[in-house]
Design a binder for this molecule. Structure first.
Ligand code: ADP
Ligand code: MG
Length: 356
């Protein structure tokens, strides 16, 4: 069953100097009951605005949001069962953690259920939230505040969970722990999830479908792997995957691609002679082999990920190659490398769309 239907939703903001910002531009999407999606994209692409319209906190200029086939605005907020967690916690400062967590149950005169909920949540996450129940928000660390905010979202009859960059304020290690805890809660409680983040790794962990936005529009929808393997256009290709995909300008002649520094690579689809075509290849799909000569400009070891990222140059361009961490290289060295031709992408330079 479709739980959330976003139909051709748009939203503009008019700034003080009358400048118009098209925050969300004709977006449509569906989330089925129990589905877990992530809205991702660079800062300012419209994720929060879209999420706020889905939550019913903001009205679209045009289009509509349906919640189980009903306009969300027709449902009383207390009947929506929407839990929300934002980056800035939004806890009530004069209340201790217990009161904050019990907020929604207390509204329904079911406050006596709070201790049991808290116990359940602590058991699932492994985080001893009982220990901070008597503390007020200003006495809590960022990580603790976020646990309280998450517990509050789950301490109710929850159907839809909306997360907006919930862990963005936490340090890397804590963010990792918090993600694991949130995933445990999500696997125990079968809720529908819409998760906003600019972090592709976090998105791929929390959701099974990614919706990649740019300038208020959806660029591509799919699993992380499908966006990685078959990016619809140059924007997706550059956004998904770290380190970033290398892009080379060139054109196609007689079924082969030629760039400024190298070329002759066969293109596996029909592209008309003279078409400006961008070749894309990820640094991890380049190997050491006797093909292209490059000069090493910089080496950056990634110890956690176990690879060496090497900035290299050919006469007209700087690009990157990913090699095993233990590779011994010095700046100025000459290196020969080769592209894995099965991993090359070809894009229409003018439209950005992928040919293959
Ligand atoms: P994201 O969450 O992806 O970073 P937002 O939805 O917050 O993006 O913002 C989308 C665009 O709308 C941005 O250009 C932002 O500056 C603008 N915007 C968001 N909220 C407002 C607002 N209340 N008033 C004016 N402009 C806004
Ligand atoms: Mg945002």
């Amino acid at each position: 069953m479709t739980m959330i239907s976003v139909e051709n939703v748009s939203k503009q903001y008019v700034l003080k100097d009358k400048e118009i910002v098209q925050a969300v531009d004709d977006v449509s999407l569906k989330v089925s009951e129990g589905g877990k999606i992530a809205l991702i994209g660079p800062s300012g692409c419209g994720k929060t605005t879209l999420l706020r319209m889905i939550a019913g906190l903001e009205d679209p200029d045009s289009g509509r949001v349906l919640y189980n086939d009903e306009p969300i605005k027709q449902l009383k907020p207390e009947h929506r069962g929407i839990g929300m967690v934002f980056q800035n916690y939004a806890l009530i400062p004069q209340w201790d953690s217990k009161a904050n967590i019990g907020f929604f149950l207390r509204l329904r005169q079911r406050e006596e259920e709070v201790p049991e909920r808290v116990q359940q949540i602590a058991k699932i996450t492994g985080f001893g939230i009982e220990r901070i129940l008597g503390k007020f928000p200003k006495q809590l660390s960022g990580g603790e505040k976020q646990r309280v905010a998450i517990a509050r979202a789950f301490a109710r009859d929850l159907k839809l969970l909306l997360f907006d960059e919930p862990f963005a304020n936490l340090d890397a290690k804590l963010r990792q722990t918090a993600r694991v805890e949130a995933r445990k809660l999500l696997s125990k409680y079968p809720v529908t999830l819409i998760y906003v983040t600019h972090d592709q790794q976090e998105a791929s962990l929390m959701a099974d479908r990614l919706i990649l936005m740019n300038n208020g529009c959806i660029e591509q929808v799919g699993s992380y792997q499908s966006l990685y393997d078959a990016p619809a256009n140059i924007f997706v290709a550059e956004f998904i995957g770290t380190p970033t995909m290398n892009l080379f300008q060139g054109e196609v002649r007689d079924g082969r691609w030629y760039g400024a520094d190298f070329g002759g690579y066969p293109v596996p689809v029909d592209i008309a002679d003279g078409t400006l075509t961008t070749l894309g290849i990820r640094p991890e799909h380049i190997v050491r082999a006797d093909d292209l000569q490059v000069i090493v400009k910089q080496t950056t070891p990634y110890f956690a990920e176990r690879f060496l990222l090497v900035d290299v140059t050919t006469p007209n361009q700087m690009w990157q190659v990913q090699l095993p961490l233990e590779t011994q290289l010095t700046v100025g060295d000459t290196l020969t490398v080769s592209f894995d031709l099965t991993k090359c992408h070809f894009f229409d330079t003018q439209t950005g769309e992928r040919f293959v």
